[in-house]
Design a binder for this molecule. Structure first.
Ligand SMILES: CCCCCCCCCCCCCCCCCC(=O)SCCNC(=O)CCNC(=O)[C@H](O)C(C)(C)COP(=O)(O)OP(=O)(O)OC[C@H]1O[C@@H](n2cnc3c(N)ncnc32)[C@H](O)[C@@H]1OP(=O)(O)O
Length: 402
């Protein structure tokens, strides 16, 4: 594959690959629940204390989750005022849609304002918006509301990704890369905003793991390619190559479904194993697409991306930095094991899981933000991984410009 001029060079030189030019994150400010009291709180708030065995199981799961705290938009007072949120037999979709209509785009606005400020140009210069959420069920949707809140131009080209779950952030970034690389001068705002209240309900055997894992948050990234514009900062991560892979015959393993009682979801116990068994081939495919000429690197001195067959346990995956969606602690453990990663390689993912829980599609933006804030310099090449219903695996080869 000829990719002659794809490297990002310093200063004002042209580049062809898209790059992340600003990153922002936000969480609801209202409710912060430490994981060690989550089960007690949930069972009290949902009047479920007559189910002590289920409560003990939730406590066991919380202890093993690798999570210390999570943020939520939904307050105890709101739950008390809306008993329909607790009983799946009662219609509650209208209530949930009303509650998220403003809250989801406003949370996205908080993250997007930070990303735009870092990017260094006015919001009106955004040409495309890609919005991903599992928490909005109406049209016009959260993308249009966010565009209005940010003062984007009426000509901004909007795309809404719904119910992609935890790979939504990876998909939105991949789409932004395509848009930026194929539309001269495009600046694409990616926004992912997730609120669990669309799924919230009294605990039962089916939703207990979701209760233990998921939290609320939003992430935003400004993506652009081509020559730098005045005021733009140096790119944070270059987006070199992206792939999407669906693991055959795993449709049953992860899913969400809109019902009159809210959004139902399921997470099969086999998910960590299925991701672990398939992740290395996805990485090999993504790196195969990322082979570039030495000439494309800054000053021509940087090494090329690792060869696609350099995994397979010979330790070369440790030459990379890693942005992995922390879908759950055992998923990170499996990836560590199959790729033989050194302990610190998934530190950013484990940090985000510990501090926020699984924020579905927004989580990957938190991981990217954490990575670039790290104290030690990153290796030049990196890999992004996100997983969700399908089972779908999004992989992207990243480069940290020197
Ligand atoms: C105000 C609150 C609001 C919250 C409302 C809820 C909001 C929900 C929002 C839903 C959003 C939907 C998005 C869906 C898209 C998902 C996309 C992804 O992230 S893809 C990635 C999604 N992430 C994942 O799929 C990974 C999730 N899994 C994990 O993180 C871990 O397995 C663990 C923390 C649950 C347990 O740690 P581990 O080391 O495995 O410990 P052990 O082996 O000792 O097991 C302990 C107990 O847990 C049991 N059990 C285990 N798994 C399941 C299960 N799936 N099922 C049922 N049970 C399960 C197991 O049987 C045992 O029971 P017991 O013998 O004690 O009775």
């Amino acid at each position: 594959m000829a990719m002659g001029s794809c490297g990002i060079r310093g200063g004002a030189a042209a580049r062809r690959h898209a790059a992340m030019l600003g990153i922002g994150t936000a969480n609801p400010t209202g409710v912060l629940v430490p994981q060690d009291v989550f089960a007690e709180n949930l069972f009290r708030v949902t009047n479920s204390d007559h189910l002590p065995e289920l409560k003990e199981k939730l406590k066991r799961i919380c202890e093993k989750s690798g999570i210390e705290k999570r943020h939520f938009h939904l307050t105890e007072e709101t739950v008390a005022a809306h008993p329909e949120l607790l009983d799946r037999e009662l219609p509650s979709l209208d209530t949930r849609v009303d509650m998220t209509a403003d809250a989801v785009p406003k949370l996205a606005q908080c993250a997007a304002a930070k990303a735009i400020a870092e990017w260094g140009r006015p919001a009106a210069d955004i040409t495309h918006l890609v919005f991903s959420t599992y928490s909005a069920c109406q049209a016009p949707s959260a993308d249009l509301r966010l565009a209005a809140l940010l003062g984007l131009r009426p000509t901004v080209s909007r795309t809404m990704l719904s119910l992609h779950g935890c790979y939504g952030g990876g998909r939105a970034l991949s789409l932004a890369k395509e848009l930026a690389e194929n539309n001269r001068g495009a600046r694409v705002l990616v926004a992912c905003s997730e609120m669990t209240l669309v799924c919230f309900g009294a605990p039962d055997g089916g939703n207990i793991v979701g209760h233990a894992l998921f939290g609320d948050g939003a992430g935003a990234v400004v993506v652009g390619a081509g020559p730098f514009l005045d005021g733009e900062r140096r790119p944070i991560f270059e987006m070199v190559s992206a792939t999407q892979t669906t693991i055959p015959r795993t449709e049953h393993a992860l899913g969400m479904r809109v019902s009159g009682g809210g959004i139902d979801f399921h997470l099969a116990i086999q998910v960590p194993t299925l991701v672990g068994q398939n992740v290395e081939q996805c990485l090999v495919d993504a790196f195969r697409g990322a082979i570039v000429d030495d000439d494309d690197h800054d000053g021509g001195a940087a090494p090329p991306p690792p060869s696609p067959c350099s995994g397979n346990g010979n330790g070369r995956w440790n030459d990379l930095f890693w942005a992995v969606h922390p879908g759950g602690r055992p998923i990170l453990d499996k990836i560590d094991k199959v790729l033989m990663l050194e302990a610190e390689k998934l530190a950013a993912s484990r940090h985000v899981l510990r501090e926020y829980g699984n924020l579905s599609g927004a989580t990957i933006v938190f991981v990217l933000d954490e990575l670039r804030r790290g104290r030690s310099p990153l290796p030049e090449w990196g890999a992004l991984l996100a997983f969700g219903p399908g089972i779908t695996i999004e992989a992207m080869v990243l480069r940290c410009p020197r």
